[in-house]
Design a binder for this molecule. Structure first.
Ligand code: MGD
Ligand code: MGD
Ligand code: SF4
Ligand code: MO
Length: 833
């Protein structure tokens, strides 16, 4: 359950991280003694088994003196700590006994010499070595490998410094358009991700409720059998992340599996606006020349998609750019803003509509842009001015909804319109609320009115290069139509927020999850767990024992992203192609995902489609016939394909990028749409921006008077970084933000344990009363709450937090347009425990 780590560096440094400094000293010892670790042995050179074998080997070759010295000087240093932990963690007499035995031996190195010798004479392992092999090796060279970070979706360039095959340091990659030579603390901590002692090290199969180790052969055979046995269209495939996604996606799409991605849980409500009214899910503001920035529900300083963008944002603030942040919580960004405006949760649409009212009413909009590059202005104007339903979206109207004074709204609207270089942006502060779709559209309508798209300081229109097909002669396996599990206002597909219902009514009977943690991230954790337990067949392809892997029948250990490669076209303001290098070889008995896919496919008779022995052959194909070569990409880590340009739409003749490029969305009119053309087609979704009241069932009431919202920390990424000791030391837990006046009324003080409850569940967490959150709002950082890994390890009782949304969110519920769970809108009450 709770492992005592059998690794030297863990005990030497006291950190649950392997392959640290001691490994180099140890390797020198191996070289001195003329041996090296056997590459067939899947564990590390600094494993106790390897070191004991070295001692035994020395005894066996008549070098008892050296062996004794090795045990005394090298093994004893950390063996004592190991024996102590083993005794502490052991759940059986056998392991407790083993710990005592080891300790006794270490206390008496001469004795151990004798007893090891005796032991080996008694068991007579034969002449061969097992974990070691004969022959010293020279240390490998020191290398700087140009690659990219994959900790969050920002995908910043990274230089991996590698020494003798060990990834020792992560630094920025000079000139990279996303990172500009910078990394955030998460990027800098990536060596501790690969070398976290909590990694999955071998395939696991659950039997009678317990996991046992299995060979790849057996685990893959079982996986293939489960896939074959699944009823057509009822085996769901979920990929939380998209590393080399074209490979595994092709396999599961061929099999007709309903596919899920993080899209719905993240911001599909928002994308159903931006991908139809604009050309992409996320235009980012180009801050280089900003004079005025308006942010709604996004925390650029902590969640920025790109360290270059973040640096440019900071330098804009430094030179006096005005920043206004609307957020119920004083985020890191709000704290740096010219103005922080604490509106009521889920009322952003009202504020934005009222700003549009002032801009239109006072004739401040960009007439030229509106006339030539937008669609539906008159309908929008009619809504805003109240000609449609008799309610003008005035600042007074918005004040009543949002709590933001009407004068403030009007003043900011005028300031924004008057500023030279300006832009307005929102993210999940809106996307993860019930009315996100229309509020996001209202935010973008401000950009439409002011003609800021692709203007200096405005949201830059996304575009990236399309790459060539990576497939071999046999081509791509044909896609089989999969059932669309859910139908929302503007989107059909699978919303994992509705998972338990999907299992209960038979839409899903089995599931393969790759690199995602449904139990922690799909909404209500209890509901997801129940759903998983009802499935016939479950596979988790993971790097750690996440909560979802715990509930799976088969666990396939994926190598981390630092142990496998990919090519990816990307975009910030320039278009470019990025490369992820295999920084170190896959550790332990792990495989990269392309190999796992290939092995499953082979067992299903589809191996011909996935023929590679070297995945770089596929990457070469992706660049074949383009002006760029794979070799060039590998050498530099990135290749800029298109320079940044203002007002690309003039050149393109519309806001959609031309042939040869892609973006995640498409404007059907080629213009910015005040009226969403896809909603018009569907007929039953309001196509215009607005503020919509959340459903009554979700709204706060006398019993649950607060609204809880989840937010992110700079130091963590979703639920991915919680076994990274470096990051957990920086941020090891979370607490409940509550306005200090609200706390005082409830008799709650700093550090009190409180119960946050909703009609759907409850969680206990420490309170942190603060003036930095609006009255009636509650917040806590997300990502915490793992039952295993560092958070579950009793050796680190101070590290670990609470997954509040997982406990209190309404199960089987998503907002109605894109299927996104309301992670920032949960009614709740707070009581002292
Ligand atoms: N460090 C880090 N960076 C990340 C991630 C991560 O996990 N860690 N995840 C990445 C991903 S996938 C995503 S989707 C993004 C999300 O990026 P953001 O949207 O910036 O992330 P959050 O911190 O969740 O939410 C932003 C803010 O919304 C506020 N908020 C809550 N409710 C409301 C509301 O009703 N109105 C307004 N105006 N504000 C509200 C919160 O207080 C919070 O400060 O971050 C990306 N970047
Ligand atoms: N409670 C709560 N739920 C949320 C959110 C929230 O803030 N709070 N945010 C929502 C948002 S915006 C999003 S985008 C989603 C994201 O939700 P997920 O997709 O589930 O989150 P990730 O952190 O991307 O993936 C988590 C899993 O990846 C594993 N992992 C880490 N590194 C590697 C690796 O190198 N290889 C492999 N194979 N696995 C690895 C980790 O062990 C972890 O179990 O969650 C959504 N759900
Ligand atoms: S923002 Fe940080 S975690 Fe995200 S890609 Fe860049 S360096 Fe990595
Ligand atoms: Mo997200």
């Amino acid at each position: 359950m709770n492992p005592a780590f059998p690794y030297e560096s863990v005990h030497v440094t006291g950190q649950p991280v392997v392959m640290q400094e001691p490994v180099f000293a140890l390797r020198e010892k191996f070289a001195d003694f003329g041996v090296r670790k056997n590459p067939e042995y899947k564990d590390l050179d600094e494993h106790i088994a390897v070191e004991l074998e070295l001692a035994a080997h020395l005894f066996a070759s008549g070098r008892a003196g050296e062996a004794g010295a090795f045990v005394r000087d090298h093994l004893k240093e950390w063996g004592t700590a190991f024996a102590g932990q083993l005794a502490f963690c052991a759940q059986s007499d056998f392991y407790r006994g083993l710990a005592l035995l080891l300790q006794a031996a270490l206390d008496d190195p001469e004795g151990v010499a004798a007893s090891v010798q005796e032991f080996f004479e008694a068991v007579d392992p034969g002449p061969g070595l097992f974990t070691l092999t004969e022959g010293a090796v020279e240390p490998g060279p020191e290398k700087d490998i140009p690659t990219h970070c994959y900790t969050c979706g920002a995908l910043c360039g990274m230089t991996a410094k590698v020494k003798d095959g060990v990834f020792v340091k992560a630094a920025g990659l000079k000139g990279d358009p996303k990172g500009a030579g910078r990394l955030c603390p998460k990027g800098a901590a990536t060596p501790k991700h690969v070398y976290s002692a909590y990694r999955l090290k071998a395939p696991l199969i659950k039997e009678n409720g317990r996991f046992r180790k299995a060979s790849w052969q057996e685990a893959l055979d079982r996986t293939a059998e489960g896939v074959k046995a699944a009823a057509p269209g009822k085996l769901a495939y979920f990929r939380g992340n998209d590393f080399v996604n074209w490979i595994h996606e092709a396999l599961f799409e061929h099999l007709g599996c309903p596919k899920g991605t993080h899209r719905t849980m993240c911001d599909n409500s928002n994308r159903m606006a931006t991908e139809h009214i604009l050309n992409d899910k996320r235009p980012w503001i180009n801050y280089q020349e900003s004079d005025y920035i308006l942010h709604f529900g996004m925390n650029e300083l902590s969640t920025s998609y790109g360290q270059r963008k973040r640096a440019e944002f900071k330098s804009a603030l430094k030179r006096g750019t005005k920043l206004v942040v609307f957020d119920p919580r004083k985020s890191e960004t709000a704290a740096q803003a010219t103005e922080w405006i604490a509106l009521k949760p889920s009322t952003d649409g009202a504020v934005a509509m009222a700003m549009a009212y002032v801009i239109i009413d006072e004739d401040l909009h960009d007439k030229d842009f509106v006339a030539n590059w937008t669609h539906g202005f008159e309908e929008f104007k009619a809504r805003v001015m109240g000609q449609e339903d008799g309610t003008a979206r005035t600042p007074e109207w918005a004040e009543a909804i949002s709590g933001v004074p009407a004068e403030t709204i009007a003043r900011i609207a005028r300031e924004l319109a008057a500023a030279r270089n300006k832009g307005v942006l929102s993210w999940t502060g809106l996307a993860q609320t019930p009315n996100a779709h229309w509020s996001t559209a209202a935010i973008q309508a401000l950009n439409g009115l002011l003609g800021t798209f692709d203007a200096p300081g405005g949201p830059s229109l996304p575009f990236k290069r399309k790459l060539k097909a990576p497939w071999s002669e046999k081509g791509k396996p044909e896609k089989t139509n999969a059932p669309k599990l859910d139908k929302f206002g503007l989107w059909s597909g699978w919303s994992p927020a509705l998972f338990e219902d999907q299992v209960d009514d038979g839409r899903i009977e089995g599931m393969v999850v790759y690199w995602g943690d449904p139990v922690l991230s799909w909404g209500n954790s209890e509901s997801v767990r129940r759903g998983m337990e009802k499935l016939k067949f479950t596979v988790a392809i993971e790097a750690f024992m996440c909560d979802t892997a715990l509930y799976s029948g088969i666990v396939l250990p994926d190598a981390t992203w630092l142990e496998q490669a990919q090519v990816k076209p990307d975009w910030l303001y320039e278009a470019f192609i990025s490369y992820w290098a295999e920084v170190v070889e896959p550790m332990y008995d792990t495989l990269p995902m392309w190999r796992i896919t290939q092995e499953i496919a082979r067992r299903l008779g589809l191996g011909d489609y996935f023929p590679w022995t070297d995945i770089k052959d596929a990457f070469r194909k992706q660049l074949e016939g383009t002006p760029w070569s794979f070799e060039e990409l590998e050498e530099h880590g990135f290749l800029v394909t298109d320079q940044a340009e203002y007002r690309k739409y003039e050149k393109w003749g519309g806001i959609n990028p031309p042939e040869g490029y892609s973006s995640s969305g498409k404007s059907k009119t080629g213009k910015f749409n005040f009226v969403n053309p896809v909603s018009v087609e569907k007929g039953d979704v309001d196509p215009l921006p607005d503020h919509k009241e959340p459903e009554d069932e979700l709204k706060p009431d006398a019993e649950f008077p607060f609204i809880f919202g989840n937010f992110r920390l700079l130091q963590h990424e979703h639920c991915s970084t919680f076994s990274n000791f470096q990051l957990m030391k920086l941020r090891g837990g979370n607490e409940l933000w509550i306005n200090d006046a609200d706390a005082a009324e409830l008799g709650i003080s700093e550090g009190d344990l409180v119960r946050v409850s909703s009609p759907w569940g409850q969680a206990e967490i420490k309170a942190a009363p603060t003036p930095d959150i609006a009255r009636g709002a509650l917040a806590a950082a997300g990502g915490f709450g793992h039952s295993r890994g560092l958070e579950g390890d009793p050796k680190y009782p101070d590290l670990g937090g609470v997954n509040v949304p997982g406990a209190i969110i309404k199960p089987n519920y998503a907002e109605g347009i894109g299927g996104t769970p309301p992670l920032k809108y949960m009614k709740a009450r707070v009581d002292r425990v």
